[in-house]
Write a protein that binds this ligand. Structure first.
Ligand code: HEC
Ligand code: HEC
Ligand code: HEC
Ligand code: HEC
Length: 131
């Protein structure tokens, strides 16, 4: 390549890098209306409906760590959350020791609270009604 072309190519590459970094985040939690974790691969059921912000407002949940809990060395760390880390990063498909596998993790978190508060769906067909 001619040196001038190399420079032009470098300049373009630098511009592309800046554009990538500056790109706005495409979505946030208020865009979440249902859950369909990729980690499951093929899904047996339709997605589970979960309108993130609307759900949490109605249920009066303002502590993010209630669901996005943070663990270190198997111990729950109070006052810290794992917002931004998918459940599947920590919960493998199959559980181990005291740690529930991915499906059980979702089910226990969702259903335990619905039972405790005597509110919210408990039947398969009430949650798995998404796409
Ligand atoms: C309170 C809501 C809720 C209820 C009730 C519920 N689920 Fe789920 N389920 C979820 C969520 C959330 C996930 C994880 C998101 C996803 O589907 O990928 C999930 C995941 C799954 C998965 C793994 C993903 C897949 O589709 O293969 C299966 C299988 C499943 N549920 C079956 C059931 C069955 C059977 C019942 C009834 C006995 C049931 N669920 C009841 C919320 C619920
Ligand atoms: C009732 C449980 C619950 C509460 C409370 C909650 N979230 Fe979430 N949130 C979820 C679930 C479930 C997902 C999907 C995560 C997954 O499937 O890996 C999610 C996803 C997200 C995501 C998308 C990226 C990610 O982490 O996967 C963000 C961002 C987020 N929540 C922020 C928040 C913030 C901020 C709060 C507190 C103001 C909060 N959440 C409270 C359950 C909850
Ligand atoms: C930073 C890693 C991490 C993330 C992210 C995480 N978990 Fe956990 N979770 C753990 C560990 C470790 C345990 C095991 C605790 C034990 O051994 O008693 C656990 C335990 C659980 C339990 C059983 C104890 C309880 O709190 O009822 C449920 C249910 C659960 N997780 C659901 C979820 C769901 C749903 C998400 C996503 C919204 C999630 N977890 C995200 C690490 C994580
Ligand atoms: C800490 C408690 C808590 C957790 C965790 C929780 N829920 Fe709920 N949920 C509620 C309460 C309370 C209601 C009833 C809200 C009302 O209508 O007053 C509810 C209602 C719902 C409804 C009915 C429609 C709506 O949005 O109000 C759906 C669907 C639902 N929950 C799905 C889920 C799923 C899926 C999960 C797990 C990812 C989950 N919930 C986790 C407390 C919880």
């Amino acid at each position: 390549m001619h040196p001038r072309h190399v420079l032009a190519a470098l300049a373009l590459a630098a511009l592309a890098a800046v554009a990538l970094v500056a790109a706005p985040t495409a979505w946030s939690q208020d865009d979440i209306v249902e859950l369909k974790a990729e980690a499951f691969g093929t899904h047996l059921r339709p997605a589970a409906v979960f309108k993130h912000d609307e759900h949490n407002e109605k249920a009066g949940l303002d502590d993010c760590a209630r669901c996005h809990h943070y663990y270190e060395d198997g111990k729950l760390v109070e006052g810290q959350d794992s917002v931004g880390t998918p459940c599947s990063d920590c919960h493998a498909l199959k559980g181990a020791g005291g740690q529930p596998g991915l499906r059980e993790a979702y089910h226990r978190q969702c259903k335990d609270c619905h039972v405790e508060k005597a509110a919210g769906p408990l039947a398969c067909g009430e949650c798995h009604t998404g796409s």
